[in-house]
Write a protein that binds this ligand. Structure first.
Ligand SMILES: Nc1nc2c(ncn2[C@@H]2O[C@H](COP(=O)(O)OP(=O)(O)OP(=O)(O)O)[C@@H](O)[C@H]2O)c(=O)[nH]1
Ligand SMILES: [Mg+2]
Length: 478
C-alpha cells in the first residue's frame, strides 16, 4: 500500500540528499514535490495545505543536529507532521502494541459496539474480525445481524459467526433498532461481555437508513460507534465521513482495504477532516486481518523511510556519531554481512515484531510479501549466526553443505533453519543491491521513473480540476 506515495517521498528526499546544506529554496522545492505527491495520493487539499505549512514552519526554525544530514532531518520533520496529522504524538517513541485491544469498555454490563458505513465498506467483515480478536483475548462477544436491508446480509453474518465460533443474534424479520435492543438484553442475560452490531449499508448517505442507525444508537447507547471506511474510495470516504459524523456520535474510524492498491489519501485526510481518530485498520479479507491503528507506523509506511526516521531519533538521543554513521552506511551501501544481520536482529528484538519493522525499510516491504517471519524464527536465526565462524559471517557464500550441517548441529537447530537464514540473507543482499542499482536513495533510474510518474500524476490531477497553483506549481508556460 501507499507504494507510489512512498516512492515519491523517497525521490524528494533523494534529491535533497545530494546537497551539503539545505537552503530555504531547497526546502520550498521539496515542499512543492511533497504537495503534488500528496494531492496525487488523493489527500484532501485543505490537509495538504496544513501539512506543508506545518512542515515549512518547523523546517525553517529547526536547530541543526550535527550528526545528521539536513535532508534526513527534513525526513524526520515530515514524519513528525504526518504522525501528528494521523492523530499520534511524535514525541512518544514507536508505540508497540502490548496485545490488549484498545476499546472503550463498559463499566457495567456488556460493551456495545456499533458498526456503521456505506455499502460494501467492510462493516460485516470488520464485525467478524473484531469478534475474533476479542474472542482470542478471552472475551465473550455476541454478533448482531441488524442489516435487514439486503436479503443475504443475515446469512452472511451467520456464516461468518460460525467460522470463528462466535454466536450470532438474528431474527427472521423485524426492525433493526428493536432487534438490537433485544440483542443487548440477551447479551446481558447470557453473560456476553461485548455486543457487536452489524448495521445495513447504504449506497449514499440516505435519510431513511441514517435515521435507522441513529435510532439503533439511541436505543443501545453504544460505547463505541465505528464508522467503517473503504480506504480505496479516497475523497468519497472522507466526504461520507462528514455526513455520518453529523448524525452519529462517532467514536472512531475503521479504515479497511489498506492491503489493496490504495493511494492513501483517505488515511491522511480523515482524521484532520472529521477530527475522529482512526482506531483500527483492515488489511485483508481474512478474519485475522485487523490491527489496532498506530499513527507512527502508518507515517513510516507512507514515507517509506522508517530507517531514516529512527536514525535521526537515535541521533537525537545522542548516540555516538560514528555509530550512527556506521548504521547508515550499512543500510545504504549494502555491505551486509551476517554480523550486521545479527546486529539487526538484536536491534529488532528491542523494537518489537519483526515483520512490521522490516516492512518499514525502503524497498523491503515488497520483498517480504508472503514470507513467514516470526520472532521464534529470529531466536533460532540468532543461534545459527552465533555458531558460524568469523569468516562465514563475513562471507556467507562459503557456507557449503558440510559447513551448514556443522552450524545446525552447533546451534541446536535444523539444517532447514540454517538454509532459511542463508536464503533470507541472500534476499536481503539482493534487496540492498537492487536499491543501490535502482538508485534507491540517489540514483538516476529512480529519478527518471519518478519524473514520469510525477508528470502522469500532474496530468491526472489537472483532469480532476486541481489547478497548478494548488499543486504548488507555477502556471504553465505555454
Ligand atoms: N482486501 C480487503 N477486502 C476487504 C477488507 N474488508 C472487507 N473486505 C471485502 O470487502 C467486501 C465487502 O465487505 P462487507 O464486510 O460485506 O461490507 P459491508 O460494509 O458489510 O457491506 P454491506 O453489508 O453491503 O453494506 C467483501 O468482499 C470483503 O471481503 C479488507 O480489509 N481488505
Ligand atoms: Mg454487511
Amino acid at each position: 500500500m501507499f507504494e507510489s506515495l512512498a516512492q515519491r517521498m523517497q525521490s524528494v528526499f533523494a534529491r535533497l540528499g545530494r546537497r551539503a546544506t539545505l537552503s530555504a529554496d531547497d526546502v520550498e522545492e521539496a515542499l512543492r514535490e511533497i504537495r503534488t505527491a500528496l494531492l496525487a495520493a488523493d489527500v484532501h487539499l485543505s490537509v495538504v495545505r496544513k501539512l506543508t505549512d506545518d512542515i515549512r514552519a518547523r523546517a525553517v526554525g529547526e536547530k541543526v543536529i550535527e550528526q545528521v544530514r539536513p535532508d534526513q532531518q527534513v525526513v524526520k520533520i515530515v514524519y513528525d507532521e504526518l504522525v501528528r496529522l494521523l492523530g499520534g504524538d511524535p514525541s512518544k517513541p514507536q508505540q508497540l502494541s502490548d496485545g490488549t485491544i484498545p476499546l472503550q469498555w463498559s463499566a457495567k454490563g456488556p460493551t456495545v459496539i456499533l458498526m456503521a458505513g456505506l455499502q460494501g465498506s467492510g462493516k460485516t467483515t470488520t464485525c467478524g474480525k473484531l469478534a475474533r480478536m476479542l474472542k482470542s483475548k478471552g472475551r465473550r462477544p455476541l454478533l448482531v445481524a441488524a442489516d435487514m436491508q439486503r436479503p443475504a446480509a443475515v446469512e452472511q453474518l451467520k456464516v461468518l459467526g460460525e467460522s470463528i465460533g462466535v454466536p450470532v443474534h438474528w431474527e427472521p424479520s423485524g426492525r433493526p433498532p428493536k432487534i438490537c435492543e433485544r440483542a443487548v438484553k440477551r447479551a446481558a442475560d447470557e453473560g456476553h461481555d461485548v455486543v457487536i452490531l452489524d448495521t445495513a449499508g447504504r449506497l449514499h448517505v440516505d435519510r431513511e437508513l441514517m435515521d435507522e442507525v441513529k435510532d439503533i444508537a439511541e436505543r443501545t447507547s453504544p460505547h463505541e460507534v465505528f464508522l467503517v471506511l473503504d480506504s480505496m474510495t479516497g475523497q468519497d470516504a472522507v466526504n461520507s465521513a462528514k455526513a455520518f459524523d453529523a448524525s452519529l456520535p462517532l467514536s472512531g474510524v475503521v479504515l479497511t482495504k489498506l492491503d489493496g492498491d490504495t493511494r492513501g489519501g483517505a488515511a491522511l485526510s480523515v482524521r484532520e477532516v472529521t477530527g475522529k481518530p482512526i482506531r483500527f485498520v483492515g488489511t485483508g479479507e481474512k478474519s485475522e486481518a485487523l490491527e489496532p491503528f498506530h499513527a507512527d507506523r502508518m507515517a513510516s509506511r507512507i514515507l517509506g523511510m522508517g530507517d531514516v526516521v529512527s536514525l535521526v531519533e537515535l541521533a537525537q538521543e545522542n548516540i555516538r556519531k560514528d555509530e550512527v554513521e556506521r548504521a547508515a552506511e550499512k543500510l545504504f551501501t549494502g555491505t551486509f554481512t551476517m554480523d550486521d544481520m545479527l546486529a539487526q536482529f538484536e536491534q529488532i528484538e528491542r523494537m518489537g515484531p519483526m515483520k512490521k519493522w522490516l516492512g518499514m525499510i525502503p524497498g523491503m516491504s515488497g520483498a517480504l510479501e508472503g514470507q513467514e517471519i516470526d520472532d521464534g524464527h529470529m531466536k533460532r536465526a540468532k543461534a545459527v549466526i552465533l555458531s558460524m565462524t568469523a569468516e562465514e559471517r563475513r562471507k556467507p557464500d562459503i557456507l557449503d553443505a558440510a559447513r551448514r550441517r556443522r552450524v545446525a548441529r552447533g546451534s541446536g537447530t535444523t539444517l532447514d533453519d540454517v538454509n532459511r537464514l542463508v536464503k533470507g540473507w541472500k534476499q536481503m543482499r539482493q534487496v540492498m543491491k537492487q536499491l543501490r542499482q535502482d538508485g534507491g536513495l540517489s540514483g538516476r533510474m529512480m529519478e527518471s521513473r519518478m519524473k514520469k510518474m510525477k508528470e502522469q500524476q500532474i496530468r491526472e490531477l489537472r483532469r480532476r480540476g486541481v489547478s497548478l497553483a494548488d499543486m504548488g506549481l507555477e502556471a504553465e508556460q505555454n
